[in-house]
Design a protein around this ligand. Sequence first.
Ligand code: GLU
Length: 387
Amino acid sequence: MQLAARVGKVSPSITLAIAAKAKAMKAEGIDVCSFSAGEPDFDTPAHIKDAAKQALDQGKTKYGPAAGEPKLRSAIAKALKTIYNLDYQPENVIVTNGGKHSLFNLMLALIESGDEVIIPAPYWLSYPEMVTLAGGTSVIVQTTAANEYKITPEQLTQAITPHTKLFVLNSPSNPTGAVYTRAEIRALAEVVVKHDLLVVSDEIYAKILYDGVEHLSIGAVGSEIFSRTIVSSGFAKSYSMTGWRVGYIAGPVELIKAMSIIQGHSTSNVCTFAQYGAIAALASSQDCVAAMLSAFAQRRTVMFERLGAIPGLICPKPYGAFYLFVDISSTGMKSIDFCNALLASHQVAAIPGIAFGADQCVRLSYATDMTSIEKGMDRLHKFVSSL
Ligand code: GLU
């Protein structure tokens, strides 16, 4: 069969592949410690599940508007206003089939052949692939561990060409856990405005922050940057709703209309009763988010301390999300070889940094229970000592 050429230009998602392999090994009875996918291990909070069950019983089982249930679009706009000071109306919001779909749809609506998209590395692995699928070109900017893997305004400026259309900002970051400070966000906003670019701010981890650091949504800096900002987020990570597939984009109405048209010809609406779960997530107490965050915080402390005790491994302290991005250069191994050997010999699943544009690193997710963290870190220590 002659497949379309675009398929050959992208690779399978390594995060999904390794997570699936770890799950399959577990199903075979192998005692695997999985630090692979960024998927909270908690069950979805009961009140969210109850709202979806009620929606099912009330017959919310039919097609809905492609851009999302009006109640959910309103709830999202309200939350963005009250929490992040972003002045969006419901028509500025589209509900998508998860954060990944948000970004994919956005690229289809915005990017075409000849357009350049600036992506700081390490990056979440699907960004460049989405740009490629949309026919655009990724311009990857390497950041350094010394700067906590954050792009500087100077680096951003240097990467801009007459073809630059979009800058991808991800704070808190997957895979590094870095969180840009207010001053850093303001400085990047200034560059975006000066060069009249658009910025997509992937804020899927905005509620997962540690040690009192704060999230500043770049669009809240001022009206000039607000009109150039697109916010991408969803329910998966903060409410442990990964399988529900409910995400959203907020941005200029023209863009939201374009994305709705694409959605109308591709996915139609997101599962109707799942959207009622998302409405409950926003409308109810946020104690469930706080409880999960407190568990993540404890795990982060333990994992970071345990990592610090392994000679040769280096990792900047993460202030958000639920990942450690560990420099393994001292082992002299490529990240794929390191991860393959670690899984085969010590049954610990990690994601090779090459997937995120950093072959000298591996990503460890601590969105897993403390017992697995303790056991997995013992094994990682033994593995590294054996090299
Ligand atoms: N975003 C999560 C991760 O980076 C889930 C897997 C994926 O969607 O790629 O692990």
